[in-house]
Design a binder for this molecule. Structure first.
Ligand code: NAP
Length: 308
């Protein structure tokens, strides 16, 4: 079977750190081109400044991976789908729920694959955590996602703009895990969003969710964390406590701790290839919907200005 010719669009941090190595490591794909307005592109790979130029002039591609900031993703995805090109959407899949729904409908009409990727769901501990929780009674959940924005997002202006999500840019990864592992649907009860006086997006958020059986789910998101960083989820159940740490890579059950290699992006590209070969899409909007609910229902408080 011929490899899927793919272009990576938006050559920033995640494209270079994860997408290019994952594509090069998967024989189901061949890297046909890269697209980015300012970056010169990797040596030896055809590079264009605009997706439109690639689609008009070639080289020919079967798929694109959109690794841009979310605010520009809809236009790029719609342009690719119009040509019947399969689309991998980095998380979050869009800047609004409606644009993602429009893309899902468009992909179905043109028989192209649309994949809304949630990389944290492919962290090593997540699948076994989901299996372990499937027949447990969940009593309480605590999510702590505290990191230093200056370390992880230096100079990323888009992340502070409307649609950039602020602290929900990492926080949505935690939401993608809990919506995947918890056996019942989750919804928001209250939220407080802390927004720096000079920015449009929150630097911290305190959120209270519950599941449909009434279990309390508390989430603490903060970008002002210096020193040790925390990406932890604790789930208390009738059979003891499950803990996912390091963003889902390390799973601790009452019986012991399991570590495994980080294969998140290898897993995402294996899934994307399967979806394309099977003529299917995978567009789960649940994590983005919970973020939208936080912006819809949350109380805003203004906090000290943030400077990079
Ligand atoms: P980033 O470093 O700012 O990179 C984004 C790149 O998109 C920029 O380098 C820019 O390229 C390019 N771009 C902007 N507009 C474009 C357009 N119209 N067409 C083509 N390229 C365009 O951001 P990032 O950290 O990689 O994050 C990108 C996305 O991946 C975000 O949605 C983020 O949530 C997600 N993500 C990030 C991480 C992470 O650890 N950073 C992890 C997982 C997922 P030029 O430099 O050429 O202008």
């Amino acid at each position: 079977m011929d490899p899927i010719r793919i272009a990576v669009v938006g050559l920033g941090k995640i494209a270079r750190d994860q997408h290019l190595p994952a594509i090069r490591g998967n024989p189901a794909f061949s890297l046909a081109a890269t697209v980015s307005p300012d970056d010169p592109g990797p040596v030896g790979v055809p590079h264009l400044a605009r997706l439109e130029d690639l689609l008009n002039k070639g080289p020919a591609v079967d798929a694109v991976a959109l690794c841009t900031p979310p605010q520009v993703r809809y236009g790029l995805a719609a342009m690719a789908l119009k040509r019947g090109v399969h689309v991998f959407l980095e998380k979050p899949p869009g800047a609004t729920l409606s644009e993602v729904a429009a893309l899902r409908d468009r992909a179905a009409k043109v028989d192209a694959t649309l994949f809304a990727a949630w990389h944290s769901r492919f962290a090593a501990g997540v699948a076994p955590a989901r299996a372990w929780l499937s027949d447990r009674k969940v009593e309480r959940v605590s999510v702590t996602w505290r990191e230093d924005v200056r370390v992880w997002h230096p100079g990323q202006a888009w992340i502070w703009e409307p649609g950039g999500l602020g602290v929900f840019d990492p926080g949505i990864n935690a939401l993608s895990i809990i919506t995947h592992i918890l056996p019942r649907p989750v919804f928001l009860k209250t939220a407080t969003l802390s927004i720096p006086e000079n920015r449009a997006a929150p630097i911290a958020a305190d959120l209270q969710f519950c599941d449909t059986a009434g279990a309390d789910i508390h989430m603490d998101l903060d970008w002002r964390q210096t020193g040790p960083q925390s990406w932890d989820i604790e789930v208390e159940t009738d059979a003891g406590t499950l803990k996912l740490s390091s963003g889902g890579a390390v799973l601790t059950l009452p019986t012991g701790t399991e570590h495994a290699d980080d294969l998140e992006y290898a897993g995402l590209y294996a899934r994307f290839a399967n979806l394309i070969r099977g003529g299917r899409s995978d567009v789960d909007i649940d994590p983005l919907r919970l973020v939208a609910d936080a912006f819809l229902r949350g109380r805003r408080e203004t906090v000290a200005a943030f400077h990079d």
